[in-house]
Design a protein around this ligand. Sequence first.
Ligand code: KIV
Ligand code: NA
Length: 280
Amino acid sequence: MKTITVKTLLKMKESGQRIAMMTAYDYPTAKLLDQAGLHVLLIGDSLGMVVQGNATTVPVTLDDIVYHTRMVVRGAEHPLIVSDMPFLTTHGAHEDVLAKAGRLMQEGGAHAVKIEGGKELAPVVARLVAAGIPVMGHIGLMPQTVHALGGFSVQGRTVEAAERMLEDARALEAAGAFAIVLEMVPAEVAEWISGSLRIPTIGIGAGAGCDGQVLVFHDAMGFTSGYIPKHNKAYATLADTIVSAARNYVQEVTDGFFPSEAQTVHLKAEELDKLNSSAA
Ligand code: KIV
Ligand code: NA
């Protein structure tokens, strides 16, 4: 597999090739997802929920994303690596936003950053792009605003709301974003926006008409034990696998079946003789 760049993604849209993106938060997972052929790996602030156990993505810090990005970068050779800008990090002075995005690339090793927000953030996007930082947009449901929204709900359900969403998408594209995530948007609206843009859209809960799809790793692998969104598809049952394997281990330890000969090292015969005589 070839290395994926932001240019590759644009070409994929032009040739009608779908983009497969998934979140990753650590080295072993990144290595496996690279092996599986993922085009884009996202160090999403969803890690606040699926890894840290928080109720929202709001508590996630820039340091958290830098830390996880480093691990993912070590494991992934081919996919484009995109890191989330956490809550509030895109709302300061442009120099501050630039420095924060710079940390994700310089300390973390990300190839691009993702920003939640619409046309109000277009000037920030333009500033980052001018500095050589590729930016992925994120509109529709923006989980960082959960407390303002009053919950995680589908966005763009009226024609007026859909038109505002298209305006946001167009402003982000004009500012130089290389792709846009559409989260929890009716399929017809997502398809309409996708057809109106030159850059690819990556959907999550946004139907099949997007140029690509993204899922949260833990949800996609059946590793999540709490709330699982309706738009998710679990491609594996990791939680069940881990619980039954760990139960087996507990049973074998308590029964004395683990470790067995296969996992055991013995003393050489002459040392064993000495041990036995000194013990006597
Ligand atoms: O944090 C995340 O996982 C995301 C994706 C759902 C797009 O932003
Ligand atoms: Na996110």
